[in-house]
Ligand binder design. Structure first.
Ligand code: NAI
Ligand code: MG
Length: 365
């Protein structure tokens, strides 16, 4: 049967960038004979407008059935005053929680044509291609006890860093599997010098590593890792770390390479019956209400998220590379959406012009 894909464009620029992904999907049907069973549904503010909830049960059920979910972005000023449980973000959180997506993949990849755009020296970032795997469902953002409590005559704010062996084991396995598909090099980051959860993290990752003897495993304290990531990021290939450190390190690594409009992500869960992991792909950026409806959005982050789906959900790694090379090509040709221009006086291309150019580059490939 055809690979199945649920598309959730969401709010703001979400539908605009997703329209460009549709062009790529159509290209695969017309030129490569690969047909995806695509269904489309609502998430976020638009779902609230239609159903009074940011994610309808029927949409949630659909997400559990398909091979992969591709999401645009959710949110906008119109929904800022909604009750917490009805906010657009709750739709996204529900997807992540009920699909149990524990491994968040954040690539930091530098397209040569944009190397000047980085805040780091060109030779430090040119050709950079690393992947951070962040644990997404546990750790200090979820651990109990948590809260603000009275203690004597003052208050105390408490959060708890908590990891079970099985939580570490499963995200470590995702990272090792990824390392096997890439350059067989994995660096695990924690703070085993000052945190017991870090000691356990290091032990379990080392143990899982015995199942992957081909992967060269190293360990680094997360603060030293932050230094090394800015000093010489190319020393890394895959990095695996917990929820908190991963939040910081993945944002840091992302900005090594430039604009928010360029950054894809994937969140993976346990393997399904067909062997594919539960998966949600989405650009890192939000709904960008400041530019929504103006044809200014950069569709590349969403297009690269689809490329990740090709690679990690559909075993179409060569086609994923093709899409990435088409992106590289249009950037090398000088095409830039407004977010990639900074102070330069050049004329930007629109969202749809960028999408069309990428399809044309695919055609030529
Ligand atoms: P944002 O990522 O939407 O925008 C930040 C800045 O980057 C804006 O100036 C925007 O114009 C620009 N930008 C973002 N994506 C771009 C693209 N593809 N092309 C060109 N420029 C782009 O973050 P912000 O402004 O903090 O949040 C706006 C709304 O999005 C809020 O409602 C927020 O809750 C929501 N949000 C949703 C996320 C999601 O759906 N995963 C993630 C982050 C924020
Ligand atoms: Mg963050």
């Amino acid at each position: 049967s055809n690979p199945s894909l649920l598309i959730l464009p969401g709010d703001g620029i979400g539908p605009e960038v997703m329209a460009e992904v549709r062009k790529i999907i159509d290209w695969f049907g017309a030129r490569r004979g690969v047909t995806f069973d695509v269904s489309e549904d609502l998430v976020g503010g638009c779902a609230y407008d239609a159903h009074g909830t940011p994610l309808a049960d029927a949409t949630m059920a659909k997400a559990q059935e398909v091979d992969a979910v591709l999401l645009g972005a959710v949110g906008g000023p119109k929904y800022d005053n909604l009750d917490f449980s009805l906010k657009p973000e709750r739709g996204l959180l529900r997807l992540r929680k009920e699909m149990d997506l524990y491994a968040n993949l954040r690539p930091a990849q530098c397209f040569d044509a944009l190397a000047d755009f980085s805040s780091l020296k060109k030779d430090v970032v040119a050709g950079l291609d690393i992947m951070i795997v962040r644990e997404l469902t546990s750790g200090v953002y979820f651990g109990e006890p948590r809260g603000i409590f009275e203690e004597g005559n003052e208050r105390v704010g408490i959060n708890t860093q908590r990891y079970t062996e099985s939580e570490i084991d499963r995200v470590a396995r995702s990272a090792f599997e990824l390392a096997m598909r890439r350059n067989k090099k994995l660096c695990s980051m924690e703070k085993a010098n000052v945190m017991e959860s870090g000691v356990l993290w290091r032990e379990v990752v080392t143990e899982v590593g015995k199942d992957y003897p081909e992967v060269e495993l190293s360990h680094m304290y997360a603060d030293a890792g932050a230094m090394q990531l800015t000093r010489w990021p190319k020393q890394f290939d895959v990095i695996v770390t917990d929820n908190l450190f991963g939040d910081l390190l993945s944002d840091l690594a992302a900005m090594l390479t430039g604009s928010l409009g360029m950054l894809p992500s994937a969140s993976l869960g346990a393997p399904m019956e067909n062997g594919r992991p539960k998966a949600l792909y989405e650009p890192v950026h939000g709904s960008a209400p400041d530019i929504a409806g103006q044809g200014k959005a950069n569709p590349i982050a969403c297009i690269l998220s689809f490329a990740m789906a090709l690679r990690y959900s559909f075993d179409m790694g060569d086609d994923a590379t093709r899409v990435e090379q088409a992106v590289e090509k249009v950037l090398a040709d000088g095409l830039r959406t407004a977010d990639l221009l900074g102070e330069e006086g050049r004329a930007p291309v629109s969202t749809s012009e960028m999408g069309d150019a990428i399809v044309a580059a695919l055609d030529a490939s």
